[in-house]
Design a protein around this ligand. Sequence first.
Ligand code: HBI
Ligand code: FE
Length: 275
Amino acid sequence: MGQAPVVYGQSDRPPRGDYSRAQDDYTCAQDYAAYTEADHDTYRRLYARQKALLPGLASQAFIDALPSLGVEDRIPRFEDINQRLRQATGWEIVAVPGLIPEVPFFSLLANRKFPVTDWIRKPEEFDYVVEPDIFHDLFGHVPLLFNPVIADYVQRYGQGGLKAERLGACEMLSRLYWYTIEFGLIREQGEIRAYGAGILSSSGELQHAVTSPLPQRLPLSLERTMRTRYKIDTYQQTYFVIDDFQQLFDMTEGDFTPVYAALRGLPELAADARD
Ligand code: HBI
Ligand code: FE
């Protein structure tokens, strides 16, 4: 496993995680025996804090799906989650050592396999860790994979990613992922709620994204998201709001080739550019 993972906006720090454990598709076995009591305790405390914050801030679909993760007081076994997830939407989660390169990432998603980092942050990183760890990947992403519409959207993103790779358009497509699956907001009964995993797995950003007067909240537009750069180590300054999950699926119905071509002729927008 020589190739280093590439993520746009990331610094050139070496990736965290032991990639020698991974197979050619970058998946590995969940190293359950490696978790210490302190690791389980970190998960338990993160879960409890985040769960208590959800009412009024998280999408109802997310709140309803959260119990599907199973145990709350220790790190779950992926196989336990998979028994329920396969039945619900045909997705499964697979362990990875950390961030993986784009093509294997897209390939897994296109096959309805969601990569979940198997290590957990250190106690001193309780409030913030730059790279995705098991808490972000499981708590943030996996509940909505039980939702059939999101399940199909994420698969479509993987398929689109493989195509974007061939068109040299990964950066544009990854911004769509960033502003939807990672940092998306949804309007429910007139109120703003979060459905993006990067928001839902962060206690600070959950409150910032939904309630702070500072960030700009725009209606989701394919072109606007794809032009907008993002920052990986600050709260977002721009969020995009959907009206329902079906909108995500419908928006990604067509071929993006002409969209990419049109956007190449336009300047990029900064993460904090105002409309
Ligand atoms: N790898 N494990 C993992 N998790 C991600 O979310 C991830 C990744 N590799 C690439 C990546 N995300 C982004 O660049 C995608 O938007 C393409
Ligand atoms: Fe994520």
